[in-house]
Structures are given as structure tokens and as C-alpha cells.
Write a protein that binds this ligand. Structure first.
Ligand code: GTP
Ligand code: MG
Length: 497
């Protein structure tokens, strides 16, 4: 198009200089106004939008987002966010791959101010990596990255809880530490325990410590206690037993502390048959059951000082008797007066069929036919010679054994701590039965003397007077009784030391 007033110059050539001058003027004015509004912001400038035919403000070049490295536990959320107060677009990447919204990934973009937010819920091991936020606008682009590490706890290991013997009124306490992320719960006999009342359940963090306390233990607190542990990697559990050691009331009544009265009674005792002279107790039991110690204990009680009459102690070998001779011991008081009862010590019964004392010799001793010092040992491990056996018999020309030689009571000595072992020693049981059967036939009364009770129950070890409150001892007695280990002996005829 030509300009009619300018000798054929194009309209553009004619108006261009003045248009440029106008543009420049407006640009300067707008720039001054903008600077006055914003201060000396170097990023703030104007440009002319030719399409819209107007000046618009252009965004600043994006700055690199600063994202922080993160260490999260497996199952926790991973969260990144970044704000920008200018027009900008953004996208999230993980290890160079663009992330899309959906599933465990939540991508949010808020405006005013612009906020870019990335959330990954329930973190997994493979969420570990480098996360990047890329920003872009007309002025340029920038990006920022951060690393995510996901901590995966180890699979729980089975807690090791210790069995607990507990007295009534004491506290029951279990605790277990785990230096990794794990949840836990306590159970008793399969039932979940709740905090409250006498039950206190504590869970401390760092390290994870699980603690269960039951105050003021009662009889029905006895049972199996379990700690169950679980985390994202699996579950495990561990259990232990609580044994309430005692009953509230004694299962046998005995008046403790009346020893002097009892001793006087025993010292003044006279057998109704004068010919008997004294009461004769024959001790019989397995090797090391405590036969000789009974004689020493009774002598010490009457002499009011430690007395060692019968050789007692560790056996030559585990199944060979320390006592090698048949011997009868008198009991004296501290003034040397002989008391009206004697105890005969025998060799221990052994499990090998032909070893140890022969039951027929014990039966002879019951009848009063065995010589003092007589010992019979058939076992291959003995090289000792057998002394001659002198017997009184109705067929021999010798006199019948006098009444005081006969046994008036068979004392079956059983070590309480060896009862389960004894049950497996078939031959010992068999031999004891033989002797008891003979005693019954001869009309000789029998008792069981249970030794080593202190080694079976801490309550008894602490104080022997607790013996008839002890559940453990009662269980042992029941076990022995119901496994036919003391035939012919009623429960009342079981004595303890
Ligand atoms: N803790 C404890 N130890 C005991 C008890 N009675 C005996 N003993 C010990 O058990 C071991 C064996 O005791 P002895 O009296 O020699 O037993 P024994 O039945 O005569 O043994 P043999 O003659 O070898 O057949 C010894 O070391 C005693 O001190 C008891 O009631 N408690
Ligand atoms: Mg002995």
C-alpha cells in the first residue's frame, strides 16, 4: 500500500520511524512504572504481545528447586514439595523416568503460590532412588534432585524368654529388646493380654523394648507367656512358663519348731517288746540317694553338732556306691546316751542287673540274717573279695537271729531330683519292688524318705519350711506315687529331708 502524500513510499516506510518512536516511549514509561511498583527486580520486565496487541509481564527464569535427601522406613510416606511465586510448569522424575499420578504415587500442583507436591505412600524397597523436579517456563528451565533411601527392618527373630519360678505376691517380669522396627503383643495361654490392673504392658522405642509386668503374682498367673513380634518382613514369637511355686495353704500340716519335745519323746521311747531292745531302721535305695547322709543328719540333730558316722559323699563313679559294707549305726545324744533306735546302711542299688548290692542280701538284712560288714558285689567292675556269709536259719544249728537284728522298718530312700531318671532305670525300680515285696511279706512296715528336695525347688532351698507349700515337691510326690515308684507306701508315709 502506497502513501499518497510521500511520493509513492510504502505506507510501512512512511510510518515506521514514528511507530518505533512511539513503541520505545511506551516501553520506557511501562518499565519505569513497573520498576516503581516492584523495586529493582532485575527479573521484572515487560514484553509486547503482538497477537494480543498488549504488554504483558514475563515470568523469571526458574530457579533450581532445593529438595532434601530422605531416609524413610519401609511403609512410611515419601513426600517432596516445592513452591515458586512465578509462572512455571513442573514435572517429577525418578531416576530419569517421568512419574505419573496414580496408585501409590500422588502428584499435586497447586497455584498461588505455585506448589509442586509429590507423595509416595507406603514406601517400598524399590522406591529408593533419585527424585527430580524439573521446572520450565518461557524464560528457561531448571531442576533439583534429592535421594531417597528406604530402611527395611530385618525379619523378627524369636524372642528368648526365660521360664520363671515365682512366689505368690512377687512380680512376674518379662522383657525383650529388638534393635529394629517391630510391633509386639503379649499373650498368656494364647489369650492377648491388655494393659490394666495388675498387668502393665510397656513398649519403649530405640531400641524397641517390650516389657510385661504382672504385679503381686497369684496362683492363677501360672501359665505360658508369649511375646509375638511382627513387621513388614514377617513374624516370630517366643514363650516361657511361669510356675507359681507355692500354694496359699500347705498340702501337709506340720508344726515347725517343736523339735525339743519330739526329741525328748524319741529319746524316752521304749519298744513294747523288750526283746527288740531298739527300733531297727534299714535304709535301702539307689546309689547316692542319701542313705548314709540320713544317719549323719540324725546323729547331728541329737548330738547338736555335725557328726559324720557313715561315709557319705560323692560316689566313686556315678553308678557305684560309696558305701561298701552293711553296717548298723547307733544314735547317741550329746551326753553319749544311746537312743532306742539304730539305722543300717546298705550299698546302693545299681541299674545293671548283676551289679551293686544284691536284693537277696537286703532281704537277708531285713530278716536280721546279714553279718555286720558283709558286702556282696557281683559287678564285673569290683575285684573285692566277698566275705563269708554267716546266716541264721531254721535249718542250721545256729540260733535264730535275735529280734533286735531284724529290721522293724524299711526306709526307701529316694533322691527327689533324680526321680525322672529313676523312672528310666527299670532295674533299680525292679530291685526296689523286690525288696518292698519281701518286706510286706515279712510284715515290716515301710516308709519313703525323700532327699535332695532342696535341689528341686528354689522355695525349699531358701527355707525348708516351705516344703509343704511347694507345688514342685507335691508334683514330684504325685509323679512318684502314680508311677508306682513307691508301692505299698501311702502318701502320709513319705518323709523329706
Ligand atoms: N543337696 C542335697 N544333697 C544331699 C542330700 N542328701 C545327701 N546329699 C548329698 O548326696 C551325696 C550322696 O549322699 P550319700 O549319703 O553318700 O548317699 P548314699 O545313698 O549313701 O550313696 P551310696 O553309699 O554311694 O550308695 C553326698 O554328696 C551328700 O552330701 C540332700 O538332701 N540335699
Ligand atoms: Mg552310702
Amino acid at each position: 500500500m502506497l502513501c499518497l502524500g510521500c511520493n509513492g513510499k510504502s505506507l510501512f516506510e512512511c510510518f515506521y520511524p514514528s511507530l518505533m518512536a512511539f513503541n520505545l516511549k511506551v516501553l520506557i514509561q511501562a518499565s519505569q512504572k513497573r520498576t516503581a511498583q516492584r523495586g529493582c527486580d532485575p527479573c521484572a520486565y515487560l514484553s509486547y504481545d503482538l497477537v494480543m496487541g498488549q504488554f504483558i509481564s514475563a515470568p523469571p527464569k526458574p530457579t533450581a528447586p532445593r529438595l532434601n535427601d530422605q531416609i524413610v522406613k519401609k511403609g512410611q510416606n515419601i513426600t517432596f514439595s516445592w513452591e515458586a511465586d512465578y509462572e512455571v510448569n513442573g514435572k517429577w522424575k525418578k531416576d530419569g523416568q517421568t512419574l505419573r499420578d496414580g496408585g501409590r504415587i500422588r502428584i499435586e500442583q497447586l497455584s498461588d503460590p505455585k506448589c509442586f507436591k509429590l507423595t509416595i505412600t507406603n514406601a517400598e524397597e524399590n522406591d529408593e532412588g533419585e527424585y527430580t523436579l524439573e521446572l520450565e517456563n518461557r524464560a528457561g528451565k531448571a531442576s533439583g534432585s534429592a535421594k531417597v533411601s528406604v530402611l527395611v527392618p530385618p525379619k523378627p527373630t524369636a524372642p528368648k524368654l526365660k521360664d520363671q519360678p515365682v512366689k505368690i505376691g512377687q512380680n512376674i517380669t518379662f522383657s525383650w529388646e529388638a534393635d529394629y522396627e517391630v510391633n509386639g503383643k503379649w499373650k498368656k495361654d494364647g489369650q492377648t493380654l491388655r494393659d490394666g490392673g495388675r498387668i502393665k504392658i510397656e513398649q519403649l522405642a530405640d531400641p524397641n523394648c517390650f516389657k510385661l509386668t504382672i504385679t503381686n503374682a497369684e496362683e492363677n498367673d501360672e501359665g505360658e507367656y508369649t511375646l509375638e513380634l511382627w513387621n513388614s518382613e514377617g513374624k516370630e514369637s517366643g514363650s516361657a512358663k511361669v510356675n507359681i511355686l507355692e500354694y496359699n495353704t500347705a498340702w501337709r500340716h506340720i508344726s515347725w519348731g517343736e523339735n525339743e519335745e519330739r526329741k525328748t519323746f524319741l529319746m524316752q521311747y521304749k519298744p513294747s517288746n523288750e526283746k527288740a531292745e531298739h527300733l531297727h531302721f534299714l535304709l535301702c535305695g539307689s546309689v547316692g540317694s542319701g542313705k548314709s547322709s540320713i544317719i549323719n543328719t540324725i546323729s547331728s540333730a541329737f548330738q547338736k553338732r555335725p557328726v559324720v558316722k557313715a561315709t557319705a559323699g560323692a560316689a566313686i563313679s556315678l553308678d557305684q556306691s560309696q558305701t561298701t559294707d552293711y553296717k548298723t549305726y547307733q544314735i547317741k545324744d550329746n551326753e553319749g546316751t544311746v537312743l532306742p533306735f539304730v539305722f543300717s546302711d546298705t550299698m546302693g542299688l545299681e541299674n545293671e542287673e548283676d551289679a551293686g548290692v544284691n536284693t537277696s542280701d537286703i532281704i537277708r538284712a531285713l530278716k536280721g540274717e546279714l553279718e555286720e560288714g558283709y558286702m556282696r558285689r557281683w559287678s564285673s567292675h569290683s575285684s573285692m573279695e566277698k566275705p563269708p556269709l554267716r546266716r541264721w536259719s531254721s535249718h542250721s544249728s545256729m540260733e535264730k537271729p535275735p529280734l533286735f537284728k531284724k529290721a522293724h522298718c524299711l526306709v526307701n530312700v529316694i533322691a527327689a531330683n533324680k526321680i525322672p531318671l529313676l523312672r528310666e532305670s527299670e532295674n533299680i525300680i525292679k530291685k526296689m519292688h523286690e525288696v518292698r515285696k519281701a518286706a510286706s511279706k515279712l510284715g515290716i512296715p515301710q516308709v519313703v524318705f525323700m532327699t535332695h528336695v532342696d535341689l528341686c525347688c528354689p522355695l525349699v532351698q531358701e527355707d525348708l519350711k516351705n516344703i509343704f507349700l511347694s507345688k514342685e515337691i507335691k508334683e514330684i510326690v504325685r509323679f512318684m506315687y502314680f508311677n508306682n515308684m513307691c508301692v505299698c507306701v501311702c502318701l502320709q508315709n513319705i518323709f523329706f529331708r
